[in-house]
Every structure is written in structure tokens, then in C-alpha cells.
Design a protein around this ligand. Structure first.
Ligand code: ZN
Ligand code: ZN
Length: 271
């Protein structure tokens, strides 16, 4: 069993719980991917998901930007959680003390944590050594890719054959161009090491389509330079007309998503 719930998504904070359980296990393993929230907010949103911080077994930090870091140091010290991040991300956070809790995450090196196995991969983003990841219970596969400026062949290879995808659909170029953001910031966001435009996210989904892809989640939407209906429309157009089209969901910046099982499309149809 593999499932996930996004707790927050976007520049005001990102966090996703990924849960895996093998048939023989007494309890599931839960990985928190990013924790860009204050500790109280994290507790509140975990509670809405039926969880507490004690239910989290480990943390994966994708990169050092503040919307992904939040309360990670408190989680490590107060709750004794192991935290994975790249050596570059670790070195970009020199003031944070992780003690013995830091585990180095490396591109293309799978990590087994209880019943979950995750594989980090390098993405182009304006951070020191950013990683995104895929997660599996050995049968089902979830791909997560936010905070990337473009889909490199390396990224696309790691996102092959997913049953669910959480993919950045950050901005609408026309809204970004018309925004009050200074020109340098607009260039940074839309550049090859910035964030994905809706149309690029849709192109990625179209290129990653296969019969068993059951769910696509648009994530990390800009609250200034995007609208949920525009992001959704692009993703829906990418899968329109397919005999086996995946469901499309857009993560809310504050409330995230509901729990979603990661299952092949045909299995979910049969259920
Ligand atoms: Zn971000
Ligand atoms: Zn970022």
C-alpha cells in the first residue's frame, strides 16, 4: 500500500506525507517530504490528516529554500527524526544544527526507510544541490517534482512509470509578465532554474503518460501568478481524449489535498 497527502503547497510552505505499508507490517512507514511550515501549523495539518508528529518516521528536504525548511530543526531536536538532504543543501544551511540526524541523500541512490523506498534525483533549480524524488512500496510508484525550471532527460527518466505524479504547475506566463514582480524576479521564476509554467507541466504529463498512470496533482501553484482553474485546465488538456486518462487534482496552497492511494489506473477502475 502506498498513499500520500499534501499538507501545503506553494511559496508559503510545502509539506507532503507519503505512507507505505507492506502486508506483513504492523504499522505503516511515513516520510515527510519537506516541512516548510511552523511546528504548530504542521501539527494542525497532520491532525487534519489523522496523524501526529510522532507518526512520522523520517524527513526528506528537497532544498534549502525557506518554503521547504520551516520547522525541520525543531523536528530533529524535539522529536529525534532522521532527515535526508543532499550535501549541498546541508552546506547551504550552516546555522542549523542537525547533530547525528542528517543522512546524506544522493542523486540516483535509493534509500530504504521501513516499508518505503525513495530515490532522490537532481533537478535544475536555483538552489545549491536540489533533489526531488520518487517513492515506492515495491509495487506502486509516486513521482514528486516541484521547484524545477525545466524537465531535463534525467528528471523525465526518474518519473517514468509512475502511478501518481505530483508535479509543479507554478505559473501562467501571461499573469507573471503582468504581475508587479520586478523583471529580474520574473526572469528568475520563468528561467531554466526557476519554476515550471502550466504549459510545461502539461507537456511533461503528456510525455510521461502510460496506461497505468491514475492521478496527476498540480502543485506549488503561485498565488500571484497563477489560478487553480488555469493550472487544472492545462493538465486536463494534456490527458484529454485518452482511453485511460488519469484523474487531475490541484493542490491548495493552504489545505493541500485529501489522502490519495497510489494504485495503477486499471486496478483503481476495477476496485
Ligand atoms: Zn518552493
Ligand atoms: Zn525552491
Amino acid at each position: 500500500m502506498l498513499r500520500f497527502r499534501n499538507l501545503a503547497s506553494g511559496s508559503t510552505g510545502n509539506a507532503t506525507v507519503v505512507e507505505a505499508q507492506q502486508p506483513h507490517s504492523l504499522r505503516p512507514t511515513r516520510l515527510l517530504v519537506d516541512c516548510g511550515l511552523g511546528i504548530r501549523q504542521l501539527q494542525t495539518r497532520l491532525a487534519a490528516a489523522g496523524l501526529a508528529i510522532d507518526d512520522i518516521d523520517g524527513i526528506f528536504i528537497t532544498h534549502e529554500h525557506s518554503d521547504h525548511i520551516g520547522c525541520v530543526e525543531k523536528l530533529v531536536h524535539r522529536y529525534d527524526k532522521p532527515v535526508w538532504m543532499s550535501a549541498g543543501t546541508r552546506s547551504a544551511l550552516p546555522r542549523l544544527d542537525f547533530g547525528q540526524a542528517w543522512c546524506e541523500a544522493r542523486d540516483n541512490q535509493p534509500v530504504t526507510l521501513g516499508d518505503i523506498r525513495f530515490t532522490p534525483f537532481t533537478v535544475p533549480h536555483d538552489a545549491r544541490e536540489p533533489l526531488q524524488l520518487s517513492c515506492t512500496d515495491g509495487v506502486h510508484k509516486l513521482g514528486i517534482a516541484t521547484d524545477l525550471g525545466m524537465p531535463t532527460p534525467h528528471v523525465m527518466q526518474h518519473l517514468q512509470q509512475c502511478h501518481a505524479l505530483i508535479i509543479e504547475s507554478n505559473h501562467d506566463p501571461a499573469l507573471l509578465a503582468a504581475s508587479s514582480y520586478p523583471y529580474f524576479l520574473q526572469r528568475r521564476i520563468s528561467g531554466s532554474h526557476g519554476h515550471l509554467a502550466n504549459a510545461v507541466a502539461a507537456e511533461m504529463v503528456a510525455a510521461l503518460m502510460h496506461d497505468a498512470l491514475a492521478l496527476v496533482v498540480g502543485a506549488h501553484l503561485s498565488q500571484q501568478n497563477n489560478r487553480p482553474d488555469i493550472a487544472r485546465q492545462h493538465l486536463e488538456q494534456a490527458v484529454a481524449g485518452l482511453a485511460h486518462a488519469p484523474g487531475v487534482v490541484v493542490a491548495d496552497p493552504v489545505s493541500g489535498t485529501a489522502w490519495h492511494d497510489v494504485t495503477p489506473l486499471h486496478a483503481s477502475l476495477a476496485a
